[in-house]
Structure formats: C-alpha cells, structure tokens
Write a protein that binds this ligand. Structure first.
Ligand SMILES: *Cc1c(COP(=O)(O)O)cnc(C)c1O
Length: 468
C-alpha cells in the first residue's frame, strides 16, 4: 500500500483530476462547437504568466490550465471535424496511450523495455497483415507520416547511393553524383520536407502532371526513361486534396523495368487504409511491389497524436540508413532494438495505443470504420453533385470530398464560407487550392462520425455557402 511518505502517493489525486477533466471533455465532444473563434491576443491574455516561483501542485495546475486554455481547444477528435485529415481516438486507443504514459517505458531499445520492443514488433506484424503487406518487411513506428516518409526516403537514398558507388549514411552527399527523385505534381509537402532534411532538397523532385490528381503514366514513363541512373519514385496512395490514388501496380512494374534501378516509395498516410475493405482494396493493388510505404496511425487508425508507421522491404538497407552504434547500446542477439529502424533513440511507447486499438476492435472493427467513413463521404459527395451551384473536384471518390461553389467571384465566396463555418462551429472544413481555384475539403476518417453528422455538415454548407 502507498503511504503518505511514498513519493508516488500524489499520483492518485493528479490522475483522478486528469480523468475527470478528460471524461467531461470527451462526453461533450458531440455537442461542443468544433472550433471557436479565438484571437492570439485573447489566448495570450488567458495563458501567459511569468514562470511561477512557487508551485500550486498537480491538481490545481491541471484545472488552471484547462480553464484558461479551453477557448483554444478544438473538438477535433469529435465527429464533425472534417478539416485536413485528422481522425480521433477510439476508447481503447486513448486508454492505451494513457497507460503508455503511466508506464513511461523507453521504447528505443530491448534492454530499456523488452515489453515495448516486442509489442511494437507485434503491432507492425498486425498492421502488415491488415494492409496486405508482405510479412517479412521491416518497419517502425514514427511520430506520423512526415517521419514515416523521412524513414522510407532515407532507406531509398541509401539504396540509390550504394548503386551509385557510395554510402550516403556514412559519407554524406557532398561531391557525390546526384540522387534523382521523380513524383507527380501532387507529391505531399511532407515528402518534400523529408527530402530537404535528407540533404536532397525540396526542389530535387522532378514532377510530372497528375490530371484529376492521378499521375500521368506516359509522362512518368518518359521522365524515368530520360534518367540513365538509379532513381527514387514517390507515388501517392491517397492524394491529400481529393484522395486520388496513383496506379501503384503499373508504377511498380515501370520501376522494375528501369535498368539502372528504381526505389518506389508510397505515401499512404491515409490511403493505405483502402486495403482494409474489399470495397476499396483495388485502389492499392500492387502496393507489395513498393520498396517502402509510409502511413499514419493518428489519422484513420484513430489513435491519439502522435503516431505513424513505416514499412520497408529491405530491412538491411533500412538499418544501414538508421544505424546508430555505440559501445553502451550494443545490441544483443535475437533482440530487436526499435531505434535501429527510426530516427529517434529514446522514444515513446507508441505501439501500446495501436496494440489496444487493434486488439479491441479487430480487423472487423477497422473494416467497419473504413466503410462507414467511405459511406459518409459518398453521401456527402452525392449531395454536392446534386446541387447545381456546387462543383465536385478531382477524379477520386474516396474519403475526401473536394468541392466549390462555381461562378464568378467564387474564390472569395468559397473562402468566406470556410471561415464562417469554422467560426460557427457546427462542422469544420478547411480550404485548399485545386487547379488554381479556391475549394473546400471535407475529410472523413473519424471513427465516431455518423450519418447525422453528415446531415449537419450538409446543412452548414447550405447555410454558409449557398444561402445567397
Ligand atoms: C497527413 C499527410 C502526411 C503528413 O503526415 P503527418 O502525420 O501530419 O506528419 C503526408 N502525406 C499525406 C498524403 C498526408 O495526408
């Protein structure tokens, strides 16, 4: 039993306070405004104070922060946040995440937590199975798809560099032949960011057109044929504006036919989840022909931020790209050190939230989540199609609906409607540019969104975009 002189006795009250605040907040998600307009000045007034000289204790600290920050908390885990591609948290995922914090394991090495290390291996094998990826691929859990893209592209850089006669991880890139990167114009900003961190540069990508969001295969084949060197090809499985998929099977075949060699990296941040349902699995047909695949867990797996995953065909190349060796962390036989597959050394036990989520819902549960989201997107897209003054953009019909009100001066009109909807808080959408025009996006990947929420979204669009 804990006694009052036990330094850990204070946890009880602190965690109960966190539980009380959390359960209140979560129970209120369906009714709370999705976002509330708050100015930087107002939030500064609410939050800023000098570093306290004396502490107030854990329970008072929690209550104080929550009451002051609340105007700036968005109900993005709730059922009517359709902005970006966010997702929420299932009960099992959130509880697993809490437990990971309480256990406070260092999930970087086997010696620092055999349980965390092996749980991550199990989660990765479950995910490969869920996504129909080969069981013998290597992988790792990351903080999100940006880092998953970074890891996949680091492995690709390593492979291409070796074919060019050097070791990028050991020697760096200075004075070496360039590493070519090919993608479509729709390559995600995070992949460019990863390329910049990897020393290749954001503008190293040669892009080919993607009408309707899908890469033009003739243009890709011509661009590839023009490069008499090994290359990295970045394909989109789920383009972020419209949800379009590049034809992965054809790209994989094309890459295999490139004599000097081609590393195929697939950005499947949310699109990899197409594999979970027979309704959509054709969209990722051929993905097993890729060399690396990046995805997110904090989007469609609905685990809390931050969580992503990367899968790489050749584990040796991955470890060469990510290796860190020192006498004090020498690996032991037969024991897996997750840090050898990802950028960080010490790291959070992310796999536990995903383990609990997958164990709790199973394959069937995730299939149901994906199919409900696709149904919701379809319902909304149908409504858009039937409204004469609205236009559905892009060629994809997946979990993102990109649309705009057409006609003169409609860029300003569309932007105003997004701002009004965000301020009003019924249903949150975000704006984008599609082929030079301002458009709205609604992304469907939250486990809790139901048909009633789609109806509210439709009403909010009617009131804010179609009212005049
Ligand atoms: C969200 C997203 C990313 C970036 O993922 P983060 O988890 O935000 O780092 C990359 N690619 C695509 C297609 C995305 O939708």
């Amino acid at each position: 039993m804990m006694t009052s002189d036990n330094p850990f006795a204070g946890f009880n009250a602190a965690l109960r306070q966190a539980l009380a605040i959390s359960t209140d907040y979560i129970a209120g998600l369906p009714d709370r405004p999705v976002g509330t307009p708050v100015s930087p000045e107002a939030l500064a007034r609410a939050l800023e104070e000098p570093l306290p000289e004396e502490g107030c204790g854990p329970s008072a600290a929690l209550t104080d922060w929550f009451s002051r920050a609340e105007p700036g908390i968005f109900a993005s885990p709730g059922p009517r946040f359709f902005g970006f591609v966010n997702g929420g948290s299932t009960p099992a995922a959130l509880a697993g995440d809490w437990l990971a914090s309480a256990l406070d394991q260092n999930a970087g090495m086997w010696v620092s937590s055999p349980a965390a290390s092996h749980t991550e291996q199990v989660v990765l094998s479950w995910l490969k199975n869920l996504f129909s990826l080969p069981a013998d691929w290597a992988g790792g859990m990351t903080s999100g798809a940006t880092m998953a893209n970074l890891v996949g592209l680091a492995a690709g850089r390593q492979w291409v560099g070796q074919r060019l006669g050097f070791d990028p991880a050991d020697d760096g890139l200075g004075g070496r032949p360039p590493i070519n990167v090919l993608s479509s114009t729709e390559i995600h900003a995070s992949a460019r960011k990863a390329l910049s961190i990897l020393g290749l540069g954001r503008s190293s990508v040669r892009t080919v057109p993607a009408p309707g969001g899908i890469v033009d295969m003739d243009a890709l084949a011509a661009a590839l044929a023009a490069i008499d060197a090994p290359v990295m090809v970045v394909a989109n499985a789920g383009e972020v504006n419209t949800g379009a998929f590049d034809p992965l099977d054809r790209i994989a075949t094309l890459c295999r036919s490139h004599k000097p060699g081609a590393w195929l990296h697939v950005d499947g941040a949310f699109g990899l989840f197409a594999a979970v349902s027979p309704q959509s699995s054709h969209l990722v047909r051929g993905i097993e022909g890729a060399d690396s695949v990046a995805s997110d867990a904090h989007k469609w797996l609905n685990v809390p931020y931050d969580s992503g995953m990367v899968f790489v065909r050749d584990g040796d190349i991955l470890r060469q790209a990510m290796a860190a060796t020192a006498a004090y962390i020498a690996p032991q036989d037969g024991r897996w050190d997750p840090h050898s597959h990802v950028p960080e050394f010490s790291r959070r036990f992310r796999a536990l939230a995903a383990w609990c989520a997958l164990k709790s819902s199973g394959r069937a549960g995730y299939r149901a989540i994906v199919e409900t989201c696709l149904d919701n997107a379809k319902t909304f897209a149908h409504w858009v199609e039937q409204e004469r003054s609205l236009e559905l953009l892009g060629s994809s019909r997946f979990n993102i609906v990109c649309f705009r009100r057409n006609g003169d001066a409609s860029d300003a009109l569309n932007l105003r409607a997004v701002a009004a909807m965000q301020a009003e808080g019924r249903a949150f959408t975000t704006a984008t540019q599609w082929r030079g025009k301002t458009a709205l996006r609604a992304a469907f990947d939250n486990w809790a969104t139901g048909p009633e929420d789609v109806a509210i979204l439709i009403q909010a669009v009617k009131d804010n975009l179609l009212a005049d």
